[in-house]
Design a protein around this ligand. Structure first.
Ligand SMILES: [Zn+2]
Ligand SMILES: [Zn+2]
Ligand SMILES: [Zn+2]
Length: 255
């Protein structure tokens, strides 16, 4: 399995429009963060987690030409607003794409992208074509790949992270219930959100995300959904062994 981090930034991305801080003006490409998303290639199947606002730019940059399924974490703008460009995958490969999420997330996507779903209004191939798959938090299989939704809290709403084999991806989380923590044992790689140093009501900060990583002990943890408060090199220098900030373009291979 190969994982590519397409975006490691929080909802505004980094640099933030109009900001002149050291991270936003940094010459280090790892301080440039598009909105959070990853692409997973497992055998012949391409899975995207979220269609960030930067989806088009991200898949062009990563050289991705096809995908089979999209796992949505939740409905917030930074995670879904690139969805319209799914059209290019539909048209080029003449196919509908399977999308997955919990009921709340998929229902919200149906409202936001109503133009793509109204049978009377749509002209096929001019809208993103999706097959909706509603999930509860139990393991399911897609094209022979076992996928485990991890139900976590993002402030007061319940959203999904996902585990595939020894890899898990959790973003926009502020609390992981005990029983869901059990599903995250024995990982090789965990990608987990860590917004900034100060506490935030709906996202883990560095201290909370570090606590989770030290509890779960994956071989490697990468932090994502990062704002400009966290300069890449300076932050990494202060993190414990086995924990680093992710960056756009990071590639991870897992057996
Ligand atoms: Zn977000
Ligand atoms: Zn800044
Ligand atoms: Zn969110």
């Amino acid at each position: 399995m190969k994982i590519t981090v397409l975006g490691s930034g929080t909802s505004q991305g980094v640099p933030i429009i109009g900001c002149g801080c050291r991270t936003c003006t940094s010459a280090n490409p790892k301080d440039n963060r598009l909105r959070a998303s990853v692409f997973i290639k497992e055998k012949d199947t391409g899975l995207l987690i979220d269609t960030s606002i930067d989806f088009r730019q991200q898949i062009l940059r990563a050289g991705i030409t096809d995908l089979d399924g999209i796992l949505f974490t939740h409905h917030h703008v930074d995670h879904i607003f690139g969805l319209d460009d799914l059209r290019q995958i539909n048209q080029r490969h003449k196919k509908w794409v399977d999308v997955f999420g919990n009921k709340f997330t998929l229902d919200e996507i149906k409202v936001t992208f109503r133009y793509a779903l109204d049978e009377e209004l749509i002209s096929y191939w001019a809208v993103p074509l999706m097959k909706f798959n509603y999930l509860d938090n139990r393991e399911f299989e897609f094209r022979g790949i076992k996928i485990i939704p991890i139900e976590v809290f993002h402030g007061r709403i319940k959203i999904f992270g996902y585990r595939i084999g020894k890899f898990a991806y959790i973003t926009d989380c502020s609390r992981i219930p005990e029983e869901e923590m059990k599903k995250l044992e024995g990982l090789d790689v965990l990608i987990l959100n860590s917004l900034r140093r100060l506490p935030h009501p709906t996202h883990f900060n560095v201290e909370q995300a570090t606590d989770i990583a030290l509890k779960l002990k994956p071989k490697q943890t990468y932090f994502t959904h990062i704002t400009h408060d966290l300069n890449h090199d300076e932050t990494n220098a202060g993190l414990p062994d086995g924990i680093e900030l992710a960056y756009d373009g990071l590639e991870i291979n897992i057996d």
